[in-house]
Design a protein around this ligand. Structure first.
Ligand SMILES: N[C@@H](CCC(=O)N[C@@H](CS)C(=O)NCC(=O)O)C(=O)O
Length: 215
């Protein structure tokens, strides 16, 4: 399997897909491309129809979307373990993951992932609403599974929200107690620590993701 990712400091969708390999110690060749460069587009043009990362190539199959990659790896290599076992929980986990994949546009636009930065940003009502909703999801699950992942064991839902834990750290977003405990669990996990170490070696700047005032 080969996974194409972008700059680890900035590429939130890449992080989501990469996490499943790291969490389950799965063998994968990771190829990192610098976002928005000529090399990025020429490398991807013959591989994916969208020229975006993450993209997974495996046995002649190309999967070019983070959630599709997570699902594919879960089916092919984990016998479905990366979703909760109980059907009702699985449905909820999928809804929560889909909410991230298809929504929270204000949060995503106004607080781009930028791991190395510490910034403050004036937020719109839409972004504040997104934050409130994510806080509610994390707090509700923290009540059900104190100190654990969103559904007890790590699941694809956790992969979808990992970049948000980083965004909240970058922009100093305050969270309620349960949500904050979950954020810390994500940030201190071995997988995320590995990603942070690798991201810290990068020097490239993606101007459009450099927002806010330094604090
Ligand atoms: N819905 C896609 C989004 C992928 C995406 O937008 N990736 C960004 C990097 S985080 C990208 O490749 N941008 C390059 C470009 O838009 O040219 C997914 O879930 O994988």
């Amino acid at each position: 399997m080969e996974l194409f990712i972008g700059n680890q400091n900035y590429s939130s969708w890449s992080l989501r897909a990469w996490l499943i390999f790291s969490q389950y110690n799965l063998d994968v060749k990771v190829t990192k491309l610098k976002l928005f460069t000529e090399d990025f587009y020429t490398t991807l043009e013959d591989i994916t129809p969208t020229a975006k990362v993450p993209t997974l190539v495996h046995d002649g199959v190309t999967v070019w979307d983070s959630l599709a990659i997570l699902e594919f790896v879960n089916e092919q290599h984990l016998q479905g373990r990366a979703w909760p076992r109980k059907a009702f929980e699985r449905a909820k986990a999928r809804a929560i993951a889909a909410e991230m994949h298809s929504g929270f546009f204000d949060l995503r636009n106004e607080l781009p992932m930028n791991i190395r930065a510490r910034r403050s940003v004036e937020l719109t009502e839409g972004a504040l609403r997104d934050i409130k909703r994510i806080d509610a999801i994390w707090s509700e699950q923290a009540k059900l599974y104190p100190g654990e992942w969103l559904f007890g064991d790590w699941s694809i839902a956790d992969a979808m929200y990992a970049p948000v834990a980083l965004r909240f750290q970058t922009y100093g977003v305050e969270l309620s107690e349960g949500a904050s405990a979950y954020q810390q669990k994500v940030l201190t996990s071995d997988s995320l620590q590995q990603w942070l170490r690798e991201a810290s070696l990068e020097k490239d700047i993606v101007e459009e993701d450099e927002v806010g005032e330094a604090v």
